[in-house]
Design a protein. Structure first.
Length: 119
């Protein structure tokens, strides 16, 4: 079974930056869409940004160009560069294939990486 390992989270002040990484235990070369998701305390999981095999990206409105997703298929890794972080970005961040929302509840998820934005 595929394993996803997220890393790079931490505590950062508002306006700061973090770069998250997610490495898969199998090749992602054939995976058309990869995405970053997040779940804040007491909140439902939400999609942050996706990237397809052509490098085309889509992001949630709350990102507003602050975050950039990228992928390195040779390293089986997906990245999320987060700039201009806000306290409301505090959440556990996960990566996964681009999945229909109805399947999230039963999908496999890695352990995630905690991002805390606070002064």
């Amino acid at each position: 079974q595929v394993r996803l390992v997220e890393s790079g989270g931490g505590l950062v002040r508002p306006g700061g930056s973090l770069r998250l990484s997610c490495t898969a235990s199998v090749s992602i070369d054939s995976v058309k869409g990869m995405g970053w998701y997040r779940q804040g305390a007491g909140n439902e999981r939400e999609l942050v940004e996706t990237i397809n095999s052509d490098g085309n990206t889509n992001y949630a409105n709350f990102v507003k160009g602050r975050f950039t997703i990228s992928r390195d298929n040779a390293k089986n890794t997906v990245y999320l560069q987060m700039n201009s972080l806000k306290p409301e970005d505090t959440a556990v961040y996960y990566c996964n294939k681009q999945l229909p929302q109805a399947t999230w509840v039963n999908a496999y998820w890695g352990q995630g990486t905690q991002v805390t934005v606070s002064s």
